[in-house]
Each structure stands twice: as structure tokens, then as C-alpha cells.
Design a protein around this ligand. Structure first.
Ligand code: AP5
Length: 217
């Protein structure tokens, strides 16, 4: 099964991907995480990508596509995968279509998670991530038991560089101008599942699970 998770920054794509993989035997692929790994390594790709990410702008399409193509062809993706954060514009969606057609892959559905903007700003400015195991937290909706420390592995929690209010607002503008048109793009292909992302994490996941199960039957 191959799924795309579509939604504004902070809509809960990564959070829901973590739930989906508990029930469906597929691999989560976040282009944002792949880029952040490159930034951490200090590779040329990472150094270049960081200049866009820090401003909340999209990294150039060719850079992302090369990275994604390598990832989806890895052996662990043979059973299927969840794309979180890709595609981000219609050019990337066209590139993805070509990549799938050249490799005998088929997109099953696109889960579109909708959340209002002010809730998103609140969510992202309070997001924390474990530097060791990558577990996600939120000062408001999912605080760690001990301030700044991961409940699971004891690692230290950090705030992403692009989770500052001005950058969050620019990411939301970029989403409106470049990514939101993908909703119609995939509606035309009859692949969209619409999800209300304003509920609690498990209620949202229950909606996704019901719809996914029916869709991929
Ligand atoms: P990326 O890492 O993809 O970030 P994003 O799309 O901005 O999405 P986020 O990871 O911020 O949010 P999310 O929807 O996963 O929400 P989450 O589950 O964490 O991209 C970062 C940058 O990389 C881009 O700006 C760009 O520069 C570059 N990039 C990446 N892909 C690219 C591409 N394809 N092309 C070009 N450039 C690319 O949840 C957020 C918070 O809310 C968490 O704290 C969570 O605990 C909390 N939360 C989640 N669900 C709920 C809920 N239901 N109720 C309350 N709180 C909740």
C-alpha cells in the first residue's frame, strides 16, 4: 500500500504516520526528516537545504526527488510506504507520477488532514522532539513527564529551528500557495480521503483507519 499524507505544516502528518504504521505494515518516509538528517551530517545537500528550511521555503524539486527516489527503492519499502511531506507542489506530484510509473508502483490514496491556522501556530510553537529516539512531544497536548527529557529514552528534547512563529507563518503561506492546489489535483484522480484534523490524535487516527481500511479493501 502506498499513501500520501497531505496537510499544512503541523496538521499532524508525522503524528498520524506513527499511528498508521502500528496497524499497517508500511514504512513512513518524511522528506523533512530526510533533509534534517542531511543537515545533521553537514553534507553539501544538507547545507544547501538548510538555507531554504530556515526561511520556511521549499527546497528545490530536483534535490528532493533524487533523495526520495533512492529512499522508495530501498528494500524495506517493498511492502509499501507513507509519504509525509511529499509532494509539496504540482511539479513534484507530476515527478512522483513518473517515478511510480517507471518503477511499477501504484498510489492507493491521499489522506488530506485539515486543521485551522491558529491551532497550527499553537501546535508548532509548542512542539518538542527527542534528539535521540525522535519521539514527538508538545508542551500543551503531550508534555513530557520531566521538563526537557524524553519519557521513552531519557534523551534531551529540542525545538526545531523552523518552529519560530514568523517561520511557521511563512510555511503556512507557502502551503496555501504551492501545496494546497494538490487537494484538487488528487480529487480529480479520485484519491482523496478528507480528515478533520482538529480532534484528538487517537480520534483522528480512528477516522483514518476506518477510511483507509475501506479504501484499500
Ligand atoms: P517537514 O518536516 O515536512 O515539515 P512540515 O510539513 O512543515 O510538517 P511538520 O513536520 O511541521 O508537521 P506535521 O504535519 O508532521 O505535524 P506533527 O505530527 O509533527 O518540512 C520541513 C521543511 O523541509 C519544509 O519547510 C521545507 O523547507 C523542507 N521540505 C520538506 N519536504 C519538502 C519537499 N517535498 N519539497 C521541498 N521542501 C521540502 O504535529 C505537530 C505538533 O502538533 C506536534 O507537537 C504534535 O505533538 C502536535 N499534534 C499533532 N496532532 C495533534 C492533535 N490532534 N491535537 C493536538 N496536538 C497535536
Amino acid at each position: 500500500m502506498i499513501i500520501i499524507l497531505l496537510g499544512a505544516p503541523g496538521a499532524g502528518k508525522g503524528t498520524q504516520a506513527a499511528e498508521i504504521i502500528k496497524d499497517f505494515d508500511i514504512v513512513p518516509i518524511s522528506t523533512g526528516d530526510l533533509l534534517r538528517e542531511e543537515v545533521k551530517k553537514g553534507s553539501d545537500l544538507g547545507i544547501n537545504a538548510k538555507t531554504y528550511m530556515d526561511k520556511g521555503e521549499l527546497v528545490p524539486d530536483e534535490v528532493i526527488l533524487a533523495m526520495l527516489e533512492k529512499r522508495v527503492k530501498a528494500p524495506d519499502c517493498a511492502n509499501g510506504f507513507i509519504l509525509d511531506g511529499f509532494p509539496r507542489n504540482t511539479a513534484q506530484a507530476d515527478m512522483l507520477k513518473e517515478l511510480f510509473s517507471n518503477n511499477g508502483m501504484k498510489l492507493d490514496c491521499v489522506v488530506n488532514i485539515a486543521v485551522d491556522k491558529e491551532s497550527i501556530v499553537k501546535r508548532l510553537s509548542n512542539r518538542l522532539t527527542c534528539s535521540k529516539c525522535k519521539e514527538g512531544y508538545n508542551r500543551v497536548s503531550k508534555p513530557p513527564k520531566e521538563d526537557g527529557v524524553c519519557d521513552k529514552c531519557g534523551g534531551s528534547l529540542f525545538q526545531r529551528d523552523d518552529d519560530k512563529e514568523a517561520t511557521i507563518r511563512n510555511r503556512l503561506n507557502v502551503y496555501d500557495n504551492k501545496t494546497a492546489p494538490l487537494i484538487d489535483y488528487y480529487k480529480k484522480e479520485k484519491l482523496i480521503i478528507d480528515i478533520d484534523g482538529s480532534k484528538g490524535v487517537l480520534d483522528i487516527y480512528s477516522d483514518i483507519k476506518d477510511k483507509l481500511s475501506a479504501f484499500v479493501k
